[in-house]
Ligand binder design. Structure first.
Ligand code: ZN
Length: 374
């Protein structure tokens, strides 16, 4: 390791089985057929395996505290999902597999076991941080979770890993106020839905406006009932880069967290807002993810749980993920992002007027964030 700074203890959750989640043949995110020649499903193993491999060859793995995931129990799933849905996934899984709900979320025989291990990995990461075994943690789980709704899967997500882990933290680990910061390029609609009327969980999603799902993640979705104000969406125009995200964090995310005073922050770490991603049209680079993570760590005094979500550039996701991990540990490896300069100097990183107006609109919502019970 070079340039050791704070030397935080970072937990690392991964499992070979995550890489066995079988999304089969497709063409992008649609089933092949008609005019679509079969190819791999866009949610394929490559980004995750290559991220893991970079963590190994960088030498960083030796500095991480490996936390072994255990599968989420049915009971833990049922804190978020309906029994009918869990049974449906179990039945499909016992056969040849199937689709979790929207036609873009395939899984193979035995897929429920991997999905339970993904949810369990999120629980493991939260448990490690809350109990002080580690200061912070990254869970490289698959399948992802933030689109999954109580009664159906969606957008490659079967179970909502983060929501399941948060419910566990609240019921078993004494956590009260929890904040989710979702920087996946797509709207975290599943997580939003699950906590929409719950004032104890602040859900902030920063995403590309109307990317996926098409009609969700608007400014007007702000929570309901007692949860009003505890949902904040920051839909950014396509093409937003480093400065736009920095402005969102400075004027929306951080002030909202200051008002809410969370006991725990969980990041929905999609890495698909990077400038090379085929599923988004944003321009972030590895130093952007490093800066966003640094900012949250400063706020929490080093405590943070980061759960992997989307990210589809096979060659670039690993560098974004490594930057997050380096930030968590307060250290740099010898790895240099070979694409960084292309993105930094490639245009689009400055804050545009259109992006500033989008942040202005979201920042007006912060006043309605309240510390529950306070
Ligand atoms: Zn995504």
């Amino acid at each position: 390791m070079t340039d050791v700074q704070t030397g935080a203890r970072t937990g690392w959750v991964s499992h070979e089985r995550y890489l066995w989640h079988d999304t089969g043949s497709a063409a992008g995110f649609l089933p092949a057929g008609g005019w679509l020649e079969p190819l791999a499903h866009v949610e394929s193993v490559a980004t995750k395996r290559r991220f893991l491999n970079l963590v190994v060859v960088s030498g960083l793995l030796a500095d991480l505290t490996e936390l072994a995931p255990v599968p989420a129990t049915r009971q833990q799933l049922l804190a978020v999902h309906t029994s009918g849905y869990v049974e449906r996934i179990a039945e499909l899984s016992a056969g040849r597999g199937g689709d979790a709900g929207d036609g873009t979320t395939p899984f193979g025989h035995g897929g429920i076991e991997i999905a339970q291990l993904a949810a369990g990995g999120a629980i493991t990461a939260v448990h490690g941080v809350v109990t002080g075994v580690v200061d912070n943690a990254y869970a490289l789980v698959r399948p992802p979770g933030h689109h999954a709704l109580p009664d159906r899967g969606m957008g490659f997500c079967i179970f909502n890993n983060i929501a399941i882990a948060i419910r566990h933290a609240q019921s078993e680990l004494g956590m009260g106020r929890v904040a989710v910061v979702d920087w996946d390029v797509h709207h975290g609609n599943g997580t939003q839905t699950i906590f929409y009327e719950d004032p104890s969980v602040l859900v902030i999603s920063v995403h590309q406006d109307r990317c996926f799902p098409l009609d969700s993640g608007t400014l007007g979705e702000r929570g309901a009932g007692a949860g009003h104000g505890a949902t904040i969406n920051v839909p950014l125009p396509p093409g937003s880069g480093h400065e736009a995200y920095a402005d969102v964090f400075r004027r929306v995310v951080m002030p909202a967290l200051e008002r809410f005073e969370p006991e725990l922050i969980v990041v929905a770490c999609g890495l698909d807002a990077n400038g090379f991603d085929p599923m988004g049209r944003m321009l972030l680079h590895s130093d952007s993810y490093r800066a966003l993570t640094d900012g949250l760590l400063e706020f929490t005094d080093g405590r943070l749980v980061v759960i992997h979500e989307g990210g589809y550039s096979d060659f670039y996701v690993p560098f974004c993920g490594l930057a997050v991990l380096e930030s968590l540990g307060g250290r740099r490896t010898a790895v240099e992002d070979p694409y960084l300069q292309d993105l930094v100097h490639g245009g689009g990183q400055k804050l545009s007027d259109q992006q500033r107006r989008a942040v202005d609109a979201a920042s007006a919502l912060v006043v309605d964030v309240r510390r529950p019970g306070g």
